[in-house]
Each structure stands twice: as C-alpha cells, then as structure tokens.
Design a protein around this ligand. Structure first.
Ligand code: DOR
Ligand code: ZN
Length: 423
C-alpha cells in the first residue's frame, strides 16, 4: 500500500504551482493528479497548505566530531527536519577537521538513519591550518562534493589558486569564506556608526570585499568555479553581479539574517546577534535583498552555527555564529513571499533546487518518479520564535521573539515522515 496521500494541496516546485493530490509510494511520488482515490497508510488533508520539495542547506555547522556540547549530527538533523530541510552540507571546522576519509565516513554514517542526507564539506587546507592543501582526491573518493576552510579564509592566494585548479580537475566545488584577517584585526561587529557608538572594534566591509574580489580574479584566471559564502555587503553583491555578467563561474549564497536585519540589532549588546560576517548597514541589507531578487544570489543558506549559552554570555568574548535551520523558511516566507517580493517557485529554486545543482545532486520536483523529499508548509500560520522550543542543542537565534508568518508542518524524506509539527 502507498505510504502517504496528500489531498487538495497547493503543489509548488520550480515550474509548477497547482492544486492537486499527491500519492507517495515506495519513497517516490507515484501519482500527481486532481482526484486520487488509492488507499494509503496515511491520508492528509492538505487544503490551505503548500507542498514543496524539501529544502537543501549547503552551509551548516554540526560541530560533530569535537564540539558536541554545541550540536551533534543527530540534533543537527533534528533541527533540519523541523525546518523542512532533508539535505545539508556541513562545514569542516570540527575536531578533527574534515580533511580525511575517516571523519567523512563518521559523519555520513552517524546521519544515516536520520532521514537527512548529510554531505560533509572537506577542508581546503589540512587541519584548516592554511598551510598545505588537503588531499582532494581522497576526500572526493570518500564522498565529498564541496571543499572549504569556512570559519577561516585561505589567506595565501597562490594556495587558493592551486585549490581552484585542483577542484576543476576533480569536479569539486570550492566554497570560499571571504575575510581578510589583517583588516578584521580583532573586530567583532560591523565597522560603522554602531561600532563607534558601542566603543568596540569593527569589521570593515573591505575585509569581505577584497577577498571576494580575489576569488573572482582567481576563478577567472583558472576558468574554475568558485562559490562565495554568506555574502553580506553591497560591494560583494555588485562585484558578483558584474562577474557573472562577464562570464566568470562564480556563484554565491546569503542567509536570511542578512536581508532581514542590520547592525542596529547590536545596540542590545547581545552576542546572539554576532556572526561572521556581521549584520551590516541598511544599504548592504538592501543590496543583498536586491541580489536575491535579481538572481545574483544563487541560494539561501543558514550558516547554522550553534554555540552554547555560556559561550554567548559575554558580548565581547563570545564566538561568532547564529543557529538558523528552524527559522530559515519562515523568515524567507515572512520577508520575501508575504511582502510580494518573490514567488514560492523562486523560494524552491533558492532553498532547494539550486543548492542541489551546485552539489551535482538530482533536483526534487513534484512529479511522478521524483524522490518523495517534501515539506508541507502552512504559509499562513503566525507564530513567535521561542528559542527554548528549537530542536537544536543551541539557542543562539537572532530571530528570538520575532513574529513570523509561515512554517513547515511536516517534513517527508524518501516517503518517510521525519517531522510533524505538534499543535
Ligand atoms: O559566524 C560564524 N560562525 N561564521 C563563520 O564563518 C564560522 C561560524 C562558526 O563556525 O561558528
Ligand atoms: Zn559558516
């Protein structure tokens, strides 16, 4: 018997937007049509709700191995499921770092039964030390598709150039955390009026802009692909837009906090609003938003970066990072869909299809034969973010107390329900 029948639902993928019934059998979509009468283990009334391909987040930090008091693979995957995410690429700043087969295998194996497909991102340099390139061929053979030293920049431009040459040969994609540590020089929030007012050291836009310019130049010179992480500045958006027009193989991502908030949030002196790159000024927020609207930004990620409450307690000394898996779809719906800026089709592209294409994975569609990796969304549900209700081990969200409109109510992975909103 079929496992799941969803009736009268608004089914949306990149290309379609229609009300229909969707039947799921043996982990795949078996039928999509106006009225399906087949029996199923579970029949759901989807009226008033949206069914879309589940999300893929290509930039998360699961802290496992090494920092499991912040998060581990299991809780990270639970946060994914609650956020409508069934696939994630986890960054290598773990301990040990993801620069060897054993660690790649450990992560894939631990995630195996969660219903969330976890793709470990391999290091660019061994131990993320910046010194010597990791063995890309070994990493690729272990199952790696992306490589990055995220959390840190690759400071040596020649080393980065060599990395791009090698990724091109190996069919990998380099994902670059663009930051100039000499410009940062101990800065903890965006450098501007607010950092001055608070009397704290700032992080100048030039840090992110200059290394983004470098990566574009290197990609151009090797004719290789490069993906720019968590874009937060007006300058980066403009450079990436121009580079794309000129035919450079550059892609990029941003996170919901960058098109929603500015550094005004830092006036609270609350380290939960500190991340790297930092919340910037209104003109940056507007540029990032424009980049999402005009296609300069290829995908929305969370940069889910859990840190324990004790670690976030001191505004000045706290580590950078915010959790985001359980709010990303809701914030995107609230900020971009309910304001009439983008369609649900485009949200599918930004949060599911495009990241999957970047990793070389098949794209989920609402059609017969597609893997049943789906999220049922109540786009009209209004709710308030309560950090204590997050499935993640860490509660460092910038959206705490925020009223959002829209949320996942059920997440399905290969036909199996892996999350259902209780309420
Ligand atoms: O805010 C951030 N947190 N930015 C990074 O690049 C790293 C991340 C982390 O690992 O906590
Ligand atoms: Zn990151």
């Amino acid at each position: 018997m079929a496992e799941l029948l969803i009736k009268n639902v608004r089914a949306v993928d990149e290309n379609c937007d229609m009300v229909c019934d969707v039947l799921i059998e043996n982990g795949v979509i078996a039928q999509v049509s106006e009225a399906i009468d087949t029996a199923a283990d579970r029949v759901i009334d989807g009226s008033g709700k949206v069914l879309m391909p589940s999300l893929f987040d290509m930039h998360v930090h699961f802290r496992d191995p090494g920092f499991t008091h912040k998060e581990d693979i299991i809780t990270g995957c639970m946060a994914c499921a609650a956020g409508g995410v069934t696939g994630a690429a986890c960054m290598p700043n773990t301990k040990p770092a993801i620069d060897n087969t054993e660690t790649v295998k450990y992560i894939i194996d631990k995630a195996k039964d969660t219903g969330v497909e976890v793709y470990p991102v391999g290091c660019i340099t061994k131990g993320m030390s910046g010194g010597e390139l990791a063995d890309f061929e070994e990493l690729k053979n272990a199952g790696v598709r992306l490589i990055s030293d995220d959390g840190r920049p690759v400071e040596n431009a020649e080393l980065m150039r060599q990395a791009l040459e090698l990724t091109k040969e190996n069919g990998l994609l380099a994902v670059s955390h663009c930051e100039d540590l000499n410009i940062i020089n101990g800065g903890i929030i965006h450098k501007g009026k607010i950092s001055e007012q608070l009397g704290v050291k700032g992080m100048d836009r030039a840090s992110e802009d200059s290394v983004t310019a470098r990566e574009i130049t290197l990609a151009m010179s090797c004719d290789a692909r490069v993906h720019i992480c968590h874009v937060s500045t007006e300058g980066c958006i403009n450079m990436i837009r121009d580079a794309k027009k000129a035919g450079v193989k550059v892609t990029c991502e941003t996170a919901p906090h960058y098109f929603t908030y500015t550094d005004e949030k830092l006036l609270k002196r609350d380290a939960d609003y500190r991340m790297n790159p930092p919340l910037r000024e209104e003109r940056d927020r507007l540029a990032v938003l424009q980049g999402v609207l005009d296609g300069t930004v290829d995908c929305i990620v969370t940069d889910h970066a859990p840190h324990a409450a004790e670690e976030k307690a001191d505004f000045l000394k706290a580590p950078n990072g915010v959790v985001g898996l359980e709010t990303s779809l809701a914030v995107t719906l609230t900020e971009l869909y309910h304001t009439g800026k983008i369609s649900l089709n485009r949200i599918v592209t930004l949060m599911s299809a495009e990241p999957r294409r970047l990793l070389g994975l098949p794209v989920t569609e609402i059609k017969i034969g597609s893997s049943a990796d789906l999220v049922l969304v109540d786009t009209e549900a209004e709710w308030t973010v309560d950090p204590e209700k997050l499935h993640s081990k860490s509660k460092n969200t910038v959206f705490k107390g925020e009223k959002l409109k829209g949320r996942p109510v059920m997440t399905v992975s290969k036909g199996r329900i892996i999350f259902e909103l209780a309420e």
